[in-house]
Design a protein around this ligand. Structure first.
Ligand code: NAP
Ligand code: 3JN
Length: 342
């Protein structure tokens, strides 16, 4: 990677944008100039980029002139409006929101799973939802071996998925409850401290939630297999960071827990932590601040044909968002795909 790129980070002051800046610097992505962008509220503030200090600018329609690559994490509305503007200015967009994920003209990429989909980008590439990313990284090697028929997943999602304000709310509510006062509720519909909320994102007419539907739709698109049935229940838990998932999988052919362990131990981006005799299994505190998708508790589900249960944990802000986006950028750079096809 000798070429260097002018890189914009849209939403640079947010939880994901902060991690994007840190990971771009940490992994030494070839940046000739970094351009942090956010709302007018943040214009002029100084932000870290590795050892450097860079000034944040307001996002405008003119922000992308001469920019090669933009990582977006300022929400779906901003992505819907500004990603086409960036692309039309000749800047390749890696978008972290749901805005473009299910657009048939936009690849939805997890580099360990479907790197070749990046090849057909037309200027915008979508980064999947965090809960989908960690699940497909764990499922892909198993699908390649025994073909997945159906997945039933329940998530245990940390508050960092909602951003910095939700972390503050969990800390404050915990203090309030321990001090015997009523918790102030600002971010979620109910208190999150000492509680679990079986709702992430808005409800849909069928009784599911948008977060659950994202897991269903995105899994099929990334795995390139519409026949995989996915049933998801997404739950917010009072954990600062690190999403966990209980994943029940039915395969077409038999797959033993031993063979699944062998496949996962060799899979890119996966770290196996599965030794019940020594109480070894992944937890959110295992994953926080690290890159892998951790898998443990692998065992047969003998109530269904060819069934396995898995427990999958990852840092949702890193692998679930910022790291996956930077890995897509690295993939594009390696394949000389940081250009908008004409
Ligand atoms: P956050 O901490 O609230 O950060 C939001 C960022 O968006 C801030 O930098 C904010 O800038 C910027 N922003 C807001 N309004 C803007 C505007 N009008 N123009 C320009 N910038 C604007 O949220 P977050 O947790 O980082 O998440 C941000 C987005 O990333 C989410 O909405 C979601 O789409 C995506 N996300 C994806 C995943 C995933 O599963 N892959 C996970 C988490 C988040 P100011 O500081 O100036 O307000
Ligand atoms: O809640 C989580 O744990 C993940 C949150 C993701 C998220 C939050 C706000 C808006 C998304 C997303 O990435 O799907 C979006 C969105 O872009 O729709």
């Amino acid at each position: 990677m000798s070429k260097k790129y002018r890189v914009a980070v849209v939403g640079a002051t947010g939880a994901v944008g902060h991690e994007m800046r840190a990971i771009l610097a940490e992994r030494r992505f070839p940046v000739s100039e970094i351009l942090p962008l956010a709302s007018e509220r943040s214009a002029g503030i100084d932000l870290e980029f590795g050892d450097e200090c860079v000034t944040c600018k307001e996002l405008t329609r003119d922000s992308f002139a001469g920019v090669d690559l933009a990582l977006f994490s300022a929400g779906a509305a901003i992505s819907r409006e500004y990603a086409p503007i960036a692309r039309d200015a000749g800047c390749v967009v890696i978008d972290n929101s749901s805005a473009w994920r299910m657009d048939p003209a936009v690849p939805l990429v997890v580099p360990e799973v479907n790197p070749d989909d990046a090849e057909w980008h037309k200027g915008i590439i979508a980064n999947p939802n965090c809960s989908t990313i960690q699940m497909v990284v764990a499922l892909k090697p198993l699908h390649d071996e025994a073909r997945i028929v159906r997945v039933v997943v329940s998530t245990y999602q940390a508050v960092s998925g909602t951003g910095a304000k939700a972390i503050t709310e969990l800390i404050r509510q915990s203090d309030e409850i321990l001090e015997g006062t009523a918790p102030l509720i600002q971010v979620y519909p109910y208190q999150i401290a000492f509680n679990c909320l079986p709702q992430i994102d808005a409800f849909l007419p069928d009784g599911g939630t948008k977060e659950e539907q994202k897991m269903v739709d995105e899994t099929k698109k990334i795995m390139g297999d519409d026949s995989i049935a996915v049933s998801a229940t997404c739950v917010r838990v009072p954990v600062y960071n690190g999403h966990s998932e209980s994943v029940n999988v039915q395969f077409e052919r038999d797959l033993s827990p031993e063979r699944a362990r062998e496949l996962l131990a060799a899979a890119p981006g996966v770290e196996l932590r599965d030794d019940p005799a020594n109480l070894l299994y992944p937890m959110p505190i295992t994953a926080t601040g690290t890159d892998p998708v951790y898998v443990g508790r692998i065992r047969r589900d003998s109530t269904i044909p060819h069934g396995l249960n898995l427990w999958v944990v990852a840092d949702n802000v890193r692998k679930g968002a910022a790291l996956n986006a930077v890995q897509i950028a690295e993939l594009l750079a390696e394949r000389d795909l940081i250009r908008v096809p004409r």
